[in-house]
Write a protein of this length. Structure first.
Length: 556
């Protein structure tokens, strides 16, 4: 399958599968391939697949899209080993020819796909049957009564099986009852994620049959694409299968192959049986029966796949629920109580678990560290980094005499850990005796200071340092913020400032700043009013990033 390999940029060597018909690259979290760089446009470019060929198209980006060092105009085809450059990120486009490889099936059977008739001119198959119409019902008039009874039996058998493997075994067992001349049968399914054909079940009638089963990939593809069942009364001499190694090696004299179509008419895979008995070759009537069986088998396979997907989803939900509880245990259980000061906090991950982090850390001399951080990315990787950050931050702030030294120590720790990610962080060390805050900023948006009169402005912009993990040995500056009665500091992640509505508009820092200037009665009222305004702005649009908000200050 075609994919991109990162040559330069975050996580060099990473392979990105191009499994969709269209994939958008850009800075916005909703893009299929997210490039979290400021120079990348929100929707920068897209890669399109059409009939096995791939094209790249620039989406009116600010800095353009390059293929092999040349700025593209409109849509351009991608070939194997082309270099695709978007700002500072360089990819290699790969679309290699997939070589046949053996697939181990349960037991001792190995299945091998072979492209046996590639490059040969098309020729005639003995008979075909359009499964799209015939799989729903069986034309009873052309089939013996015993075969009709067998078809009813397969319906009863499949209705009792839930798992995919038992369903596939019952399908083949029933086929061998229906077609007494069959020597071999197999089921091939298409992987939904990669599009690869995967042999999932094989059955031999004779004991001691060969351990390796060769399957024609070309025949399977043709049956799935045309959605027609095919019959060859004498496959070894049929021109369509001329020189086919997978047929000639086992001297197959007759074969039938039918597509497995789901409830929406999409091909899930194929069902094939074949025989060595020249005296009992398959007939048109047999093909009609197989088409009817394939229709029922396809519904059973689809139901089994949905059943297994539901089980996997429930297991994943249980794992995520446990991970959420564990992650929540790293966050403060409540707000600190300091005479003359009030605190407000809010945290809402975009997924079950997230990468935003905040904490209240008690320090010597009755000081308190109020910490907020944002780990780049979402989900499990970001949550694991957040857990490490929680532990390391407590140690660094508790052992270093100055907050700038503590953040420098954290930076050195994560310089050895972070590869394709980064962490922004703000640490505010409150000294209630002096009524002042020592603020250290590691690449995060500056907090807003709200004076008791209602004026609001960002603080510590000039003292902001680099993100954690980017530059080993970096020394962070401290910024002193005196707090008068009624003053309040507001620290937040970009899930607040970059919240987006249905029109694609961002909430923005200016609106946030204006909302903070509104007259309120307390720190909690300030935080509630801001969150209410963000919620009203976003409307029904789903949350795309983790949201974290901290407000703390002196009582008025």
């Amino acid at each position: 399958m075609a994919h991109l390999v990162v040559l330069k940029g975050p996580n060099p060597g990473q392979q990105i599968s191009l499994s969709k018909a269209k994939q958008i690259l850009g800075r916005h979290p909703d893009c299929d391939i997210v490039l979290d760089l400021g120079s990348v446009s929100r929707q920068h470019a897209q890669i399109i697949e059409a009939n096995g060929q791939y094209f790249v198209e620039d989406l009116n980006s600010r800095n353009g899209t390059y293929v092999n060092g040349v700025l593209i105009q409109g849509r351009q085809q991608l070939n194997d080993n082309d270099r695709l450059k978007i700002c500072d990120v360089l990819f290699s486009f790969r679309n290699p020819v997939v070589e046949p490889e053996p697939v181990e099936l349960p037991g001792t059977v190995t299945a091998v796909f072979e492209d046996d008739d590639v490059g040969r001119p098309p020729s005639t198959i003995t008979s075909t049957l359009d499964v799209k119409s015939s799989s729903i019902g069986l034309r009873v008039s052309v089939n013996p009564e015993v075969k009709l009874q067998a078809v009813l039996e397969i319906s009863r058998n499949l209705s009792t099986a839930l798992g995919l493997e038992p369903v596939l075994r019952k399908i083949l067992d029933s086929l061998f009852i229906i077609f007494v001349q069959a020597d071999r049968g197999f089921v091939v399914l298409q992987d939904a994620g990669t599009g690869r054909l995967v042999p999932r079940a094989v059955k031999h009638r004779r004991a001691g049959a060969e351990d390796t089963v060769r399957i024609s990939r070309t025949i399977c593809r043709q049956v799935m694409e045309t959605k027609q069942a095919v019959l060859s009364a004498d496959a070894a001499s049929d021109e369509r299968f001329d020189s086919s190694q997978s047929i000639a090696d086992v001297r197959i004299r007759s074969m039938m192959c039918a597509p497995l179509l789901d409830s929406e008419g999409r091909a899930l895979g194929v069902l094939q049986i074949d025989t060595l008995d020249q005296r009992s070759r398959f007939t048109q009537e047999d093909l009609d029966v197989l088409a009817a069986v394939a229709g029922q088998a396809a519904f059973a396979v689809e139901a089994a796949q949905l059943h297994e997907a539901a089980i996997e989803k429930r297991e994943l939900e249980r794992d995520l629920e446990l991970a959420f509880r564990v992650q929540k245990s790293f966050l403060p259980a409540g707000q600190p109580e300091i005479p003359g000061y009030r605190f407000f906090d809010f945290y809402e991950p975009a997924k079950a678990i997230g990468g935003d982090y905040y904490d209240y850390i008690r320090l010597p001399n009755d000081r308190l560290a109020v910490v907020l951080a944002d780990v780049a990315g979402k989900g499990v990787p970001a949550a694991l980094l957040m857990a490490k950050l929680s532990a390391e931050a407590r140690v660094a702030l508790a052992t270093c005499p100055k907050p700038g030294e503590a953040i420098s120590q954290l930076n050195n720790v994560f310089s050895e850990v972070l590869q394709d990610r980064f962490i922004t962080m703000v640490a505010c060390v409150l000294d209630p005796a002096r009524h002042e805050v020592l603020l250290v900023n590691a690449g995060h948006m500056p907090p807003f200071l709200r004076r008791h009169q209602g004026q609001v402005w960002p603080v510590g912009e000039d003292a902001a340092g680099v993100v954690l993990g980017a530059v080993p040995g970096f020394e962070y500056e401290e910024f002193r913020v005196p707090l008068e009665r009624g003053d309040c500091l507001v620290v937040f992640t970009d899930g607040i400032s970059e919240a987006m509505n249905d029109a694609g508009e961002l909430y923005g820092l200016e609106r946030l700043r204006g909302q903070l200037s509104v007259q309120v009665s307390s720190v909690a009222a300030l935080g509630d009013a801001l969150l209410e305004d963000v919620t009203e702005f976003v409307g029904q649009r789903a949350q795309s990033d983790d949201m974290c908000l901290l407000c703390f200050g002196r009582e008025g």
